[in-house]
Design a protein around this ligand. Structure first.
Ligand code: PLP
Length: 392
């Protein structure tokens, strides 16, 4: 007998993967240059050159058995120390090495934190639009997953809807800023209001409601915007970070969970995160990558190429009459579907080999996502297709 939930998740591809595979097929038929694939969030700027140099250095000056050996289950001390030092320098975070669990990217880290907070009958909320994998992560952990409807058109937080969904069973709220798919960065004002609401509700219910701050796009911001450091606004925050996007390393699977000492029951929560990761068989993150990261925490992405894509699309599409959220971060634009039906619009676009992801899977029907980590050339060539579509 086979677990049917797991079977369903494994047997059915996501809409995004489906579109991507469709694009590959079309490219083989009509030529790569005639397919405008905006479906997948795979970074398109290379990792900083120092990353590859550091791999060579680590291999050259570290004993091979140590490089390829198991690390401590929660991660190398030196790596955790380097990350703490970096966060302290940038945010005055007050972090210490023992506050970190080194993980294999944000996905398994989120799973570990959700499992750590999964009590019988527990609920977890997120804010639409949201990363669709949150639902299987939360439900797999045994939590009931609830979605706060979107705050259209700014895509900050719909506080009335959030308040109505908070109950004594709420264990946590997953927050993702800069946001996939909207590209929006939650403002300091939004975080202050969120903090006040969660503090009041935590007091009323007699237990902490945590923010799980999912931050793979933290450093991907434009036009002088800086992603606010969530633990400064709300102490009961657990950070899930990943180098997948900031250092263009999605295939290497490396990141961390940070449980600040200021969080309620921090020690127990940290132990539960480590324990949940152990239950999932997710400990001892890749040793070589831990050693590389220990020497690369100071590196930041060169965002020039993304920023040029962002501006060209934002200005080009706005001039054509498309409406969208202000894209201050990540590498996504979230656009209102002309005609109101994003599924139908995406289908029409597909006929022209323009691949757009409908927002339904992100909890936001009527909008579609563009991923602009693609070539500049493709963006320029795609604008006439967008023009033809909106005319139709
Ligand atoms: N969270 C969000 C919002 C994402 O967009 C992604 C990946 O695209 C992840 C988490 C998972 O990231 P990782 O590659 O670090 O597992």
């Amino acid at each position: 007998m086979i677990n049917q939930t797991a079977y369903g998740l494994g047997a059915n591809r996501s809409v995004i993967r489906d579109l991507f595979e469709y694009g590959r097929g079309r490219a083989a038929l009509v030529g790569e240059e005639n397919v405008f694939d905006f479906s997948l969030g795979n970074p398109s700027i290379p990792s900083p050159a120092q990353v590859n140099e550091t791999i060579r250095q680590v291999l050259a000056d570290t004993d091979s058995l140590v490089v390829h050996g198991y690390t401590s289950a929660v991660g190398d001390y030196a790596t955790r120390k380097a990350i703490a030092d970096d966060l302290n320098a940038r945010y005055n975070a007050g972090a210490e090495p023992e506050d970190f669990f080194i993980g294999c990217g944000a996905a398994p880290e989120l799973v570990a934190v959700l499992k750590a907070l999964a009590v019988p009958g527990g609920e977890v909320l997120t804010v639409a639009p949201y990363f669709p994998e949150y639902k299987p992560f939360a439900e797999g952990a045994g939590l009931t997953f609830k979605v706060v409807p979107p705050d259209v058109p700014d895509f900050q937080i719909n506080f009335e809807a959030l308040e109505a969904l908070l109950t004594e069973k709420t264990q946590a709220l997953i927050l993702n800023s800069p946001n996939n798919p909207s590209g929006v960065v939650y403002s300091g004002e939004t975080l202050q209001r969120l903090s006040a609401l969660l503090t009041a509700k935590s007091e009323a219910y007699g237990h902490p409601i945590y923010i799980i701050s999912d931050e793979p796009y933290r450093e991907l911001t434009y036009g002088g915007i800086v992603t606010p450091w969530v633990p400064h606004f709300y102490p009961n925050t657990v950070v899930c970070y990943s180098y997948s996007k900031s250092l263009s390393l999605p295939g290497e699977r490396i990141g961390y969970v940070y449980v600040p000492k200021t969080a309620a029951d921090a020690k127990a929560l940290y132990a539960a995160v480590a324990g949940a990761a152990r239950q999932a068989g997710h400990v001892c993150a890749p040793s070589l990558w831990q050693k590389v990261i220990a020497r690369c925490t100071h590196l930041r992405p060169d965002l020039e190429a993304y920023d040029r894509n962002r501006k060209t699309l934002y200005e080009g599409l706005t001039a054509l009459g498309y409406e969208m959220a202000k894209p201050d971060g990540a590498f996504y634009l979230f656009i209102k579907a002309p005609g109101g039906d994003a599924m139908a619009f995406s289908e029409k676009a597909k006929q022209k080999d323009l691949l757009l992801v409908p927002g339904d899977g992100f909890g936001c029907p009527g909008w579609f996502r563009i991923c602009y980590c693609v070539s500049y050339d493709m963006i320029q060539k795609s604008l006439p297709v967008f023009a033809a579509l909106i005319k139709e």
